[in-house]
Ligand binder design. Sequence first.
Ligand SMILES: Nc1ncnc2c1ncn2[C@@H]1O[C@H](COP(=O)(O)OP(=O)(O)OP(=O)(O)O)[C@@H](O)[C@H]1O
Length: 235
Amino acid sequence: MATPLVVSEVAKSFTMHLRDGIRLPVVANVTFSVKAGECVVLGGPSGVGKSSILKMLYGNYGVDEGQILMEHDGKLVNLATAEPRTVLEVRRATLGYVSQFLRVVPRVSALDIVAEPLQARGVAIEDARARAAELLSKLNLPTALWSLPPATFSGGEQQRVNIARGFITDHKILLLDEPTASLDAKNRAVVVEMIAEKKAKGTALIGIFHDEEVRDAVADRILDVSAFSPRKAAA
Ligand SMILES: Nc1ncnc2c1ncn2[C@@H]1O[C@H](COP(=O)(O)OP(=O)(O)OP(=O)(O)O)[C@@H](O)[C@H]1O
């Protein structure tokens, strides 16, 4: 599909149950699409709803209204209303996510954490590990660390393991939540290059990048999330 992601009239508010059920509207009428090979960056001031949109796209936050349409397994799926089992299936095969922080699994080596999403898609363990090793060396993670669980790694080392894990599969849609926040200039440049490679392969990318240099290097389009502020919609 030339447009792997179509978001239409999505609205979200939070209900504060411990505060007499006060409703806090966050975004309304969120409408945009992302083409294959395009990288759209969510922009706008702090607290405007960028992370909330990314979490809705991944199915971590519920959606009050609207549609999040993705082509998955030859069918159109509305992630806003999909069953949890479908959401998990879409994540395995179609929708990737690089979060800001690595979720460390005790006793699992960095190499296997990176290889796991490929294994989950049926790739033989040795092939998955070989691809994981390629990515970890591209991201300059010292080989001495590959066999260790990343719990004791530095912030930047953990982030590189997380990036390798998110980039190892060829998901059609990839969400990026500040993937370069803890990286030095050399590794930021590697990630910029890896994003360009994904674009060339036709992946649709949506990301949050606070680093202006990275943002300008990767963005085809910056979507100002203030346009979806409920106050603006009501005006
Ligand atoms: N789980 C939650 N429960 C209640 N309120 C929330 C929740 N998540 C986000 N919010 C609120 O929604 C608003 C938008 O937050 P969000 O994290 O999406 O903004 P952001 O644009 O990503 O900000 P930043 O650039 O500072 O990371 C904020 O006012 C925040 O307090």
